[in-house]
Design a protein around this ligand. Structure first.
Ligand code: GDP
Ligand code: IMO
Ligand code: MG
Length: 422
């Protein structure tokens, strides 16, 4: 069997958690392969709402194994809080939530460094979620990191102290900021017990053996392709490979084992944090999308920047990921609009093009829009594509034609049941 992938094609928050939760029953194993608690994946069902940061979004389906892959970075404090919520909802997770031994740990000083580095950047800040993601991946590639498997070793505390000492030296490079290290360390070491008690596996053997036994695996992306450290709007990106290739490194599976690549796009576009956003609307339509779409960060609560869907941008990320099918989410957010726009080409350097420039930060892009009529009605109760208002179908079909990939699912609300499959 192959590993199917669900990932975001924009700047994150496309509704990955919802879609993974919807599809999880069709898989045996759901797994995160990159990112960490910078992610906030919202699931709604049966009148409940859950926001997951580290735990894969298949955890609410009873028979499914959920694996935190080696490419993820874990903060024991966030993980503890997430597990507490699972416990208070009586979710039987103990035997179903596994973690790869090779997963890296976020230390309190990683978060401190993240905050200090951002503060030092001033106006040029990335807009990081301040969860310690960048510094942790830096230690991973710098070969200084601490991994879950290290917990079993006698010298764990010694390794921790030596990495912390390095961080404290580094912190002297930055202007001072408030950080209660003692309190954070106390929590960190207390909640480390969660990880100590969790089932640890050699993730790469685990997944490959499962695949050879015919098990179905779903890899759940975090962030979005435009936040990929190599191909996103650098330096306004996260520190991991968020695109499909990240699945291979983040789980230990060969490229030949990748099956369907399911790319998610909102029916419009959002971004949270700094960085370029060609189709951003800083007007009342942008404000409408933010309010109607509830566009406030699931992790930080920050208002998300909103704009129209961007075809050149999506073509780029479809190419990078080898997307085989699309999901369009939040189409219901457009319900009240008179007209809906989509950027179909860019103009920059006096040229019309579909190609993204080397650096979106330094190029003045004028998007050219195509306008579509709105449908001006609620989509409540609609279960089939053909029941959608003609204008909604027209918009979806136009996007499909531009993008040249079938839109196989359309999400019409945050709840698990609000998904139209074609
Ligand atoms: P993720 O990070 O990609 O999992 O997405 P987030 O959870 O950060 O943000 C998506 C938000 O949109 C959440 O509040 C979801 O509950 C909500 N959502 C998901 N799909 C839909 C949809 O089709 N319609 C509406 N109105 N909300 C949706
Ligand atoms: P999900 O999985 C949206 C953004 C931050 C910032 C940049 C770097 O919920 O889609 P980092 O904390 O990684 O150093 O932040 O990336 N960012 C996200 N934006 N959704 C996310 O995750 C994000 N994770 C990080 O806002 O601009
Ligand atoms: Mg999110």
């Amino acid at each position: 069997m192959a590993v199917d992938v669900i990932l975001g094609l924009q700047w994150g928050d496309e509704g990955k958690g919802k879609i993974v939760d919807c599809l999880a029953e069709e898989y045996d194993i759901i797994t995160r392969f990159q990112g960490g608690p910078n992610a906030g994946h919202t699931l709604k069902f049966g009148g409940n709402k859950f926001v997951l940061h580290t735990v894969p979004s298949g955890i609410f389906r009873e028979g499914q194994i959920n694996l935190i892959g080696n490419g993820v970075v874990i903060d024991p404090i966030t993980l503890h809080k997430e597990i507490l919520k699972l416990e208070s909802a009586n979710i039987d997770y103990q035997d179903r939530l596994l973690v790869s031994q090779k997963t890296h740990l976020i230390l309190p000083t990683h978060r401190w460094l993240d905050a200090a580095a951002e503060a030092a950047k001033g106006k040029a800040k990335i807009g990081s979620t301040l969860k310690g993601i960048g510094p942790t991946y830096m230690d991973k590639t710098g070969r200084n990191g601490l991994r879950v498997g290290d917990l079993a070793h006698d010298n764990f505390k010694q390794k921790y102290e030596s990495l912390k000492a390095k961080h404290l030296t580094l912190l002297k490079l930055y202007p001072e900021i408030d950080f209660d290290l003692k309190e954070q360390e106390e929590q960190w070491f207390t909640y480390l017990s969660r990880l100590r008690n969790m089932k640890k596996v050699s993730g790469e053997y685990y997944i490959n053996e499962a695949l050879s036994q015919g098990k179905k695996v779903l890899a759940e992306g975090a962030q979005g392709s435009m936040l990929d450290v190599d191909f996103g709007t650098y330096p306004f990106v996260t520190s991991s490979n968020t695109i499909a290739s990240g699945v291979c490194n983040g789980l230990g599976v060969a490229p030949s084992k990748i099956g369907e690549v399911i790319g998610i796009t909102k029916a419009y576009c959002t971004r949270v944090g700094s960085g370029p956003f060609p189709t951003e609307l800083e007007d009342e339509t942008g404000e409408y999308l933010r309010m109607e779409g509830g566009e406030f960060g699931a992790t930080t609560g920050r208002p998300r920047r909103c704009g129209w869907i961007d075809i050149p941008q999506l073509k780029y990320t479809i190419m990078l990921n080898g997307v085989t099918q699309l999901v369009m989410t939040k189409i219901d957010v457009l319900n009240k609009l008179e007209r809906i726009k989509a950027a179909t080409t860019y103009t920059y350097d006096n040229q019309k093009t579909n190609v993204l420039p080397y650096d979106l930060n330094t190029v003045d892009i004028t998007p050219e829009y195509t306008s579509f009529p709105g449908w001006k009605k609620s989509l409540d109760g609609i279960e089939q594509f053909e029941q959608l208002p003609a204008e909604a179908r027209q918009y979806i079909k136009a996007m499909e034609e531009h993008l040249n990939v079938p839109i196989k699912m359309v999400s019409t609300g945050p709840e698990r049941v609000k998904l139209i499959r074609r």
